[in-house]
Design a protein around this ligand. Structure first.
Ligand code: SF4
Length: 351
């Protein structure tokens, strides 16, 4: 089994006309059409962005047209890095709220906008401040490692943030004798625990509703249909640890076609692998970039239902409105931000 820890972003160029489904049912091309209304919006967004000295950042799970119009597309870590180093005055974050908060924490002097304030995250919502305070009180000497999918308040009470790309390295960097509280994703936590063999690691039982819904039988089914494919699987997936156990028990040879990776890791693996076909177990938005960067290869979603309704709340119209009306500002009080910044900067530095 391989893992990937890469983080990067892609500079994108808008692309016209496309289809959403191939014959095999995989989402292989941009799922939108450029009609005159869309083109007008695209043109105005570009002009407004320039006029406002703004940078548009889009997560890998955004709808294709948002990815194509963005200045940078990437995972949470890559976008945080872009936010930290941009010289733009305004950051328009096409992603979910905690990501825009992270940008606001890293760039306190910049204006951070999100096109829809309701774009939340079920995983970030799975732990609240009172829950973490009580957990810390039970383990007063523990080091708190928070997945980046958390609110600013949770980050402020954490020692480290991590992404799926560097969670392993961060846990490995903590002295063996230190207890760890890992939150909020139980599946990422159990995968890290399995890979490190760490006994003194406590895991919060949170989950992302999109990734939790994948059952190992779905993987069996898909891999049976496509025995020549490699499997790219995100560590947030609920099926990961049971599937790894089954593979180890029943088909240890098949571990070579199984790659556990963050979304940026998947993009790197797809490019460097000699395989021509991939089954992808994560949110379907990633298929757009996978296909765009590897047009000669085939990418099949493990399930077309793995779509995050929060990510999909960001539309071209809302992005346009965000730039026209200068909405919606995302700010974090400096007292919270200064504490959270330490944990985020550790995340960015350990790679
Ligand atoms: S896919 Fe899951 S973790 Fe990602 S934003 Fe949506 S709910 Fe949150």
């Amino acid at each position: 089994m391989n893992t990937s820890t890469s983080a990067s972003t892609s500079k994108t160029e808008p692309k016209a006309d496309s289809k959403s489904e191939s014959k095999t049912g995989s989402v292989t091309e941009a799922a939108y059409k450029i009609d005159s209304h869309t083109q007008k919006l695209v043109d105005e967004i570009k002009q407004l962005s320039k006029k406002r000295n703004a940078v548009i950042l889009a997560h890998n799970y955004q709808i294709p047209i948002i990815q194509d119009i963005a200045d940078f597309v990437g995972d949470s870590l890559g976008l945080s890095q872009q936010a930290a180093k941009t010289s733009a005055e305004t950051i328009v974050f096409c992603g979910v709220h905690f990501m825009a908060e992270t940008a606001a924490i890293l760039c306190p002097t910049k204006r951070v906008l999100i096109p829809d304030l309701e774009a939340g995250c079920s995983l970030a919502e799975s732990i609240d401040l009172a829950g973490l305070v009580a957990w810390k009180a039970e383990h007063p000497n523990a080091v708190v490692v928070s997945y980046v999918n958390t609110t600013a308040e949770i980050k402020a009470l954490s020692d480290y943030c991590c992404t799926s790309g560097n969670a392993l390295k961060i846990v490995q960097s903590i002295p063996e004798d230190k207890e760890i509280l890992f939150l909020p994703d139980q599946f990422l936590g159990s995968w890290v625990q399995k890979m490190t063999g760490r006994k003194n690691m406590h895991i919060w039982m949170g989950e992302c509703h999109v990734h939790a819904a994948v059952h190992p039988s779905k993987i069996d089914e898909k891999m049976k249909e496509h025995p020549d494919a490699e499997l790219l699987i995100h560590p947030e997936c609920g099926c990961l640890t049971p599937y790894l156990d089954r593979v180890a028990r029943n088909a240890p040879d098949s571990k070579d076609v199984l790659k556990v990776a963050s979304t940026e890791g998947m993009l790197k693996l797809a490019t460097t692998s000699s395989a021509k076909k991939f089954v992808v177990a994560t949110e379907v938005g990633i298929l757009h970039r996978l296909k765009k960067e590897n047009p000669e290869k085939e990418f099949l979603p493990i399930s077309s239902e793995m779509s995050c309704q929060f990510m999909k709340m960001i539309t071209l119209e809302k992005l346009h409105r965000s730039l026209v009306e200068d909405v919606f500002h995302v700010t974090v009080p400096e007292e919270t931000a200064s504490k959270a910044r330490l944990a985020i900067e550790r995340m960015i530095s350990i790679f």
